[in-house]
Design a protein around this ligand. Sequence first.
Ligand code: MG
Length: 271
Amino acid sequence: MTPSLPIAAEQPLLLFTDLDGTLIDHHSYSAALSQAAVRQLAERGVPLVFCSSKTFAEQVHLQRELGIVQPFIVENGSAVAIPRGYFSSATLSPDTAYELIPLVRTDAALIGAALAHFQDIKRYSNASDLELNAATGLSGAALARARDRSFTETLLTELMPEMEALMRPQLESLGLTLSRGGRFFTVQSAETDKGRAVRRLAEVFGQHWSAAPLIAACGDSANDTSMLSAADIAFLVQKPDHTWVNMDIPGLIKIPEIGPVGFSMAVRMLL
Ligand SMILES: [Mg+2]
């Protein structure tokens, strides 16, 4: 049963959010339209926890841009990052170091070796800066942060259904999975997903808080399914073409707005 909204101020609450196409714009990568909602959450004391395929370096950078210091989940649930002193300090400086807790035993090098068996698959680690720039629009430091993967590989090559059907069982036999984000396919360990990392991090909050928190989550694409399934309150925002990705989750709240505008509407409903 989805709790009725808005959530009472005294209720311990966490909001997990996807980044690309949810907190930040699918095309411009801008978080400008989410900023007011991010502030509202901070004022209410509700931790905003990033849960994305993005790297540690990318998420730390985005936190600094938004002026927040919160735990987050990197590379599709591969690891949890917690600011040092987060549960004991009243205030944390923006350059706080993070403790990184891996939830998988595989790393990017192992996945790269598995993918090397398939011809003509461009991935972040074997693409040139020019190719990566053409595919993502990223350049300079932002491109370096996106490349800095520890646990997963993102494919630049668009997989035709036959290729996907060929690759999937071979990767699965190695304990890896292939999933589709808003833009690209990602290969990662089958040991984890966004949902498992959400439950793990919510447990950590529950151990430090006086009560287990209510979990809200906001996403836009198929790779958010496990995160939204793990949540008590699940919000799905629209894709840039004003449609929702097909998702069957009981109580799922479909927000009639795109990306960051949809995210902001979800925060208003929640608070
Ligand atoms: Mg997304």
